[in-house]
Design a protein around this ligand. Structure first.
Ligand code: NA7
Length: 555
């Protein structure tokens, strides 16, 4: 078995012990690094790790690249980060030659960008599609990972790169009778590849998160009726999406490096332009005017209207009041407007960004049902029953989100040192160091894992930072002839404490049942998963690397 790329013995066939016994395995299936996932993380990891001269392969369960953008192809699916920011920066040629057509890119355009990248950097030859890795087991003697796929293939790899995504394991709640529904059953995160025609149909949507909020206005326009089942009202800010302003694009492209560098200094690595003023220190008029200005710009920057919205309840309630008033201005039916007004703090769940969401409830074919008041009892063969009423549909859309951040990892049976499984190690919540590595699982890296900025930042920026960190570390190992790297329980305990201590100072942990906390999945340990603050996180990673990778052990 090769130790490192320069020790390969290509073309040989040898005997190796696998979990299932003695199997003949060709060196074709022995890798220096295996990447799971070919979304934006997996593709960049493949490009970078190949650059180290490693023998590397990626497995992807979908039939193409794109990750979350491959699966979430429901009508209206769109990114809530500006196109000029939600894209790779590792290649200036790439960012100069690619043109985005809108301020916020649609799913089809992001997917074609992902395909373009895969072709431009010749990545596809090292990606095996339609293959799900089902099992990983660490062989402590050989210091190698043994993997199995759902196609019955086996492989070994010294390094495992888990590029499995934060929002890739969809959540289908176990509604009683769900499998008895005879109409068209859809999930936003597993949308069909062919166009779904809702014309003349009675449609139900369960959920009012970002996916539903994007989809509802479009489906309402096509369907005969649309009934929205809302458990928790969400805050949504208008996107004010538009065609790309060519002048702005040219300005950014002329100065892309500086533009990226500035954005990376922001808490979420998004060019938000925070207002360094407290909501409580300005007059009522000034506060109102500032909210109005942000509302008219639209999108996620609304969360940065004042500098204490995320940490002070009183400040936050001024934003809540403002959005409530907006909802009541837009939605004509008083009871519907009241039901749409969230009763949580603003931003403790991911802020939604919409095009005509609240306006859609003024249509005569759209109905809102409050399932907090009247919960869904069961699904029937042609609709569903709530505590007080029966509904009939031709199509039922589950916009019920994801088992976020840990779901896709939990889907693979992973066994590390001393036969410890990741599932047992994480039974009380994800434990790791820097969101990158789990103790007892040597040479296994998680890209944008829990404990890193990930979903609280521009994902592509976070991905590039993680992949750069990992490849620098692998290069360091190569230069210093180290075979394995792992973290310690001490390092990960301290890290998780730090991530939680930061979250505790904010309103993210103020009682909202968000997926950041795992609260949307029954039985999932309630623990705040992402690290808040991209720049401080990067600083920490740089410090760790400068100190010979403090917190990591090498052999
Ligand atoms: P979200 O934001 O998790 O939204 C899921 C929605 O589904 C939300 O309104 C949930 O209500 C609802 N839901 C989930 N389970 C149930 C059950 N059992 N009964 C009724 N309603 C339920 O997922 P999205 O796909 O919209 O967006 C995920 C992220 O993708 C988003 O934040 C962006 O980052 C992009 P709840 O709020 O839990 O009461």
């Amino acid at each position: 078995i090769s130790l490192w790329p320069w020790q390969h013995s290509h073309g040989l066939v040898y005997r190796t012990i696998t979990r299932t016994g003695c199997n003949l395995m060709s060196t074709e299936n022995n890798f220096d690094a295996v990447i799971i996932g070919a979304g934006f993380a997996g593709m960049y990891a493949l490009h970078k790790i190949r650059g180290l001269g490693f023998k590397v392969k990626a497995y992807e369960r979908a039939s193409d690249v794109g990750g979350t953008w491959f699966w979430n192809r429901y009508p209206g699916a769109r990114c809530d980060v500006n196109s000029l920011e939600y894209s790779y920066q590792f290649s200036d040629e790439l960012q100069q030659e690619w043109s985005w057509s809108e301020r916020y890119s649609s799913q089809p355009e992001i997917l074609s960008y992902a395909k373009h990248v895969s072709e431009r950097f010749d990545l596809r030859k090292d990606i095996q599609f339609e293959t799900k890795v089902t099992q990983l087991e660490y062989d402590e003697n050989a210091e190698v990972w043994h993997g199995q796929t759902d196609r019955g293939e086996e492989f070994t790899s010294r390094i495992m790169i888990m590029a499995t995504g934060c929002l890739s394991k969809s959540n289908t709640p176990q509604f009683e009778g769900l499998n008895q529904f005879e109409g068209q059953l859809l999930h936003t995160a597993q949308w069909p590849h062919t166009e779904v025609d809702f014309a003349g149909k009675d449609v139900g949507v369960i959920g009012t998160g970002s996916s539903a909020i994007q989809l509802i206005p479009i489906v309402a326009d096509q369907a005969k009726t649309l009934t929205v089942f809302q458990r928790t009202a969400n805050f949504s800010i208008p996107a004010h999406n538009s065609d790309m302003d060519k002048k702005h694009e040219a300005q950014v492209k002329a100065n892309y490096k500086e533009f990226r560098a500035q954005n990376s200094l922001q808490r979420s690595a998004i060019g938000m332009v925070p207002n360094p003023v407290s909501a409580l220190e300005v007059s009522d008029e000034e506060r109102e005017q500032t909210y109005e200005e942000r509302w008219s710009v639209g999108g996620l920057p609304f969360a940065a209207t004042f500098n204490d919205l995320g940490i002070d309840r009183r400040a936050n309630s001024t934003a809540v009041d403002f959005v409530h008033r907006k909802i009541k201005d837009i939605v004509k039916d008083e009871q519907t407007a009241d039901t749409l007004c969230p009763d949580t703090v603003l931003g403790c769940k991911r802020l939604c960004v919409d095009s005509n969401y609240y306006e859609t409830f003024n249509r005569s074919n759209v109905f809102l049902v409050d399932i907090k008041q009247n919960p869904i009892k069961n699904i029937t063969h042609n609709g569903l029953v709530t505590a007080d009423k029966e509904f009939k549909f031709d199509s039922l859309i589950l916009a019920t989100g994801f088992d976020a951040m840990t779901g896709a990892l939990a889907d693979i049976s992973i066994t590390g040192r001393e036969k410890q499984t990741l599932a047992s190690h994480w039974s009380e919540g994800p434990q790791n160091y820097l969101g990158l590595m789990v103790s007892g699982f040597p040479n296994m890296f998680t890209i944008t894992g829990p404990g890193s900025p990930s979903v609280l930042s521009n994902m592509i920026v976070a991905i590039e930072q993680h992949v750069n960190f990992i490849t620098n570390l692998l290069d360091f190992m190569k230069q210093t002839q180290r075979k394995t790297v792992e973290t310690s329980e001490k390092a990960e305990t301290e890290w998780v404490q730090q991530v939680n201590a930061i979250a505790a100072q904010t309103l993210y942990t103020s009682g909202c049942n968000s997926w950041y906390l795992g609260a949307n999945i029954p039985g999932k340990p309630r623990i705040f998963m992402p690290h808040i603050g991209f720049p401080t996180y990067v600083e920490k990673c740089n410090e760790v690397a400068a100190q010979d990778y403090r917190g990591f052990k090498f052999s």
